[in-house]
Structures are given as structure tokens and as C-alpha cells.
Design a protein. Sequence first.
Length: 300
Amino acid sequence: MKKFLSYIGLTLLAVILLDVLYGLAMEHLSGDRNIEAVDHITEATEDIAIIGSSRASHHYDPQLLSKGLNMTAYNYGIEGLNIFADKAILATLLTKAERRPALVILDLSESDVCDVPGWNADHLSLLYPYVELPTVDSVLAEVTDPRELFFVRYSKLYRYNSRILDYLKPAPSAGQRQGNGYLPLQGRWSEAPKEEKSAYAVSPQKMDFLEQSIRLCNDNGILLVLATSPNYKRLPKEQPWVTAIKKMAQQHQIPYLYHEQDAEFLAHAEWFNEPYHLNAEGAAAYTRKIIPKLPCPFRH
């Protein structure tokens, strides 16, 4: 019996040791482009923060924003995520940044506010390595299964398991973040835009997260601009999710820049990498277009 208990004890010790060593190794590996933005937060001093999913990371050029507004800017767009992660990034910025931003641009698309299968809490494992940040943990606690969250909190093997391939694979030749967080795309689309209809219902939980993000900015004296950037698809004029965002923006008296169906961009297929994302040329055109519409809280 004593031998058996000793064996069990040694096995548990080995598992704990492996868990610790694995976590230390993963924490020191570089190469995960998706969460580079989170790593930047503790040293952030920029005046403008762009927050959102891949459309944010590809569509907003911080260098052009800086030149146009005479303000520094950083792009915190994270591939594959939505408003759940956006709120975590925003809250972390407000508590961990060296200096808080004066202006936040929050890019929103259908998956940010609608119940879209595969695009709800499905990709939040991207944030698991940051669960020790209270701002990330609180978001995960609201949208993650409690049993899974237990393992995320207490096992680094589990925490990093879904990210191992991202840490080890080389960075793609086209699509590496610049020093300001921007992730330009270089493809050129050539097909005509296709008609598409929204088939998803607005998610009350996601709308609640959007309102939480708005209130975070209001409570901390930060100017917030909601935006929906261009899409190379022909969509219905009335979309429930767009109406829901507009209504919330009006309630809180904040601007909402809607350019998803901008005729200028629908006339330029070559400005898109594919129908859902602008390439670098299109991002430059879009960034320049919204600069005059952005509030400028101060100038250097």
C-alpha cells in the first residue's frame, strides 16, 4: 500500500512539474501573432487604440491615423475574436497600460453582436494564456463553461494546449504585424460582389458586452467611436444587428461610423484581399476616409 501511495505521489509530482515547466517554456516562446497586442498593453502610451477582430487588425493603419490627427495610435485587433475579447482588451488597457488612450475606435461586424455558430465564445482559447489578468478572467468567467475555466486557471498544460501550433509555426510571409500592431494584407480581389443576407439573431449577451464597453469608456473619460468598416458584399439596407448598434450608439450619444456598404469601396474590388477584408491599399483609403470624422481630444 505504501509503495502504491508513493507511486501516486511521485506521479502527481511529475505531472505538476511537467505542468510548470511546460508553462514556463510556452511563456518564453515568441511567434503568436494573434496575442502580440495583449503583450503590448503594459507598455502602451498611445493616444488612440483600435480594438476589434481581424477586420480591425487589417483595416486601420495607425501610421495614417497618427499623421492625420497628430496623435499616436496602436492597433489591438485580434484575429478570430469578437466583442467578448474586445471588452477584455479594453478593460486591460484601462488597468494595465502605462498611459490610457484618449480615443478608442471599436470596429464591429455581424459576429460581434449576433449569435453566429462558431463565432461566439468558440475562439476564446486565444486569451487563455492571459487568464491571470483579472480583466481577462472576468470575461472568461461570464462566457466559458465553469469546468473548463477551472483547468484554464490552474493548469498551464491546458491553458496553452490549444495554442501550441501557433507558437511553433513560423510567421506567415504576408501578414506580420508592424510595430504599431497593424496587420496589412496584400491580396487583390477581382470578382464582382455577391448578394448576401443576414441569417443570425442579435445576441442579448453580446449587446450587453458592447454596452459594458461603452460604459467603461464613459466612466473613464475616454472618447469612443463605434465603426463598421467596408465589406465587399451586397447586403440588405436594413440589417437588425446594424439597427441594434445604431440604437445603442444613439442612447449613449456616441458616433457610429457605418461604412460596410460604402459605394466607393464596392466599386473597387482591387482594394480587398477577399470579400471580408481590405488589403493594405483599401485600408489606407478607408483610414484616410474616416480621419475627418474622428474626434480629436487634443493635439501635441
